[in-house]
Ligand binder design. Structure first.
Ligand code: AMP
Ligand code: GLY
Length: 434
């Protein structure tokens, strides 16, 4: 199989790394890729949203399967165009990608199928008075979300009426998110542990990958601003087998069946963001792609051939996959090394040192997120720069954490920042139940 991966982050690097282990994969291309991906694949300088040029490239190179990393090409309809050209691609069509592209679409969908999620109401920008009356009648905290994509910044947790009013003003009057904020969803605040699950599906059959917990805030102990994700570990300690069975029955199956019955079949990776509340698991959000950095811990502990699964999902034949062994004896922890200042302004172009020494260490993986080659050097080129993953023994999360941090300490660039408490949640949870 010749495979193309579309994207340039740590998530895509982890997918390429996993694909490179498949005996069935003969060649991997990446558009545009990054210096880490370039060690395993041929990187092609095309834009991820230039669908027509990508299609021409796939035809010229006789590529068997394309895999889409980020959400934007999916929402632009890259899958629909590939299908028109009879080319195989892993990902949902534009109409199904609405599960991430519009919060209101996702909430209304869940409501139709009784899929547990936070209670909500929605308003458009010509209903500002109604929105303000509504928040006045509610309990706080309240969560206000822009309907459309807002680069991960469109969710505000409001502690008071004042906060709510200011947020509504920001969305509807100051237009801080433009079109994406012209509709809002206002929802009940849910409390509990947050867990990410990836479901790979051909629209009917599905495979659930090991669970993960992301660390979205910039500072230790989940303080400070939201980021794209500062680290993750897998499997999530707080998710029991009983939770998972329930999630499968009341969330995953009705979602896939509901989409199919509405003539909007969902193929690809469905990212189910969950809150484990006292009333049971509830959906926080759907994403229509793999998560970043969760992929950097989930794929390293999957034992199966991911190329086969991608291929059969795209082909509508997931039933042909017989075994998907997840090695329950392993865990993985990923720490993101970020540029000082992220998620606000930061400098780029800082030389990165220490990367070479891990080439022979099987349990440490270095995934590139925001890096660039300048001459023989690798320099920083983004807010999130590297994801360092350690793979360890599931019985000893302490050791995996120690290993990842001792690897992180061997890497350096000017202004490198990382959280010191990734996967501490796992230990706290263990202490709580013991
Ligand atoms: P979203 O973009 O919908 O994933 O929201 C970003 C983050 O805000 C989530 O990962 C949660 O940590 C938090 N969040 C979103 N909705 C809620 C909610 N209803 N209750 C509590 N936290 C939420
Ligand atoms: N890690 C969160 C996301 O990928 O959306």
């Amino acid at each position: 199989m010749k495979i193309l991966i579309i994207g340039s982050g740590g998530r895509e690097h982890a997918i390429v790394w996993k694909l490179s282990q498949s005996p069935k994969v003969t060649k991997i291309f990446a558009i545009p890729g990054n210096p880490g991906i370039a060690q395993l694949a041929e990187c092609i300088e095309l834009k991820v949203d230039d669908t027509e040029k990508i299609i021409k490239f796939v035809k010229d190179e006789k590529i068997d399967l394309a895999i889409v990393g980020p959400e934007i090409p999916l929402m632009n309809g890259i899958v629909d165009r590939f299908e028109e050209e009879k080319l195989l691609i892993f990902g949902p069509r534009k109409s199904a990608a609405m599960l991430e592209g519009s919060k209101l679409f996702a909430k209304n969908f869940m409501k139709r199928y009784f899929i547990p999620t936070a209670q909500f109401n929605s308003f458009t920008n010509n209903e500002i008075g109604n929105a303000i009356n509504y928040v006045q009648s509610q309990k706080y905290p309240l969560v206000i979300k822009a309907d459309g994509l807002a680069a991960g910044k469109g969710v505000v947790i409001c502690e008071s009426f004042e906060d709510c009013k200011n947020t509504i003003q920001d969305y509807f009057v100051n237009n801080i998110f433009g079109e994406a904020g012209k509709k809002i969803v206002i929802e009940e605040y849910m409390q509990g542990e947050e867990v990410s699950l990836f479901v790979l599906t051909d629209g009917e059959k599905y495979i659930i990958l090991p669970s993960a917990q992301d660390h979205k805030k910039i500072l230790d102990d989940d303080k400070g601003k939201n980021t794209g994700g500062m680290g993750a570990y897998s499997p999530a300690r707080c998710l029991t087998k009983q939770n998972l069975d329930e999630i499968e029955k009341i969330i995953i199956q009705p979602t896939l069946l509901g989409m199919k019955n509405e003539g909007n079949i969902y193929k690809g990776c469905l990212y189910v963001g969950l809150m484990l509340t006292n009333d049971g698991p509830k959906v926080v959000e759907f994403n229509v792609r793999f998560g970043d950095p969760e992929t950097q811990v989930v794929l390293p502990i999957c034992e199966f051939d991911i190329a086969d699964i991608f291929y059969q999902c795209a082909n509508g034949n997931l039933n042909l996959i017989e075994k998907t062994n997840v090695d329950n004896s392993k865990n993985a922890v990923c720490v993101i090394c970020a540029s000082n200042g992220y998620p606000d302004e930061y400098e780029v172009g800082k030389q990165i040192t220490g990367l070479e020494q891990f080439k022979t260490q099987d349990n440490i993986l270095i995934f590139h997120s925001g890096t660039k080659n300048i001459g023989n050097e690798i320099v920083t080129n983004g807010g999130r720069v590297l994801g360092i993953t350690a793979i360890g023994d599931e019985k000893n999360i302490h050791q995996t954490i120690n290993e990842v941090y001792s690897a992180v300490k061997k890497i350096n660039f000017d202004g490198m920042y990382y959280r010191k408490d990734i996967a501490k949640k796992a230990i706290l949870w263990l202490n709580k139940i013991n």
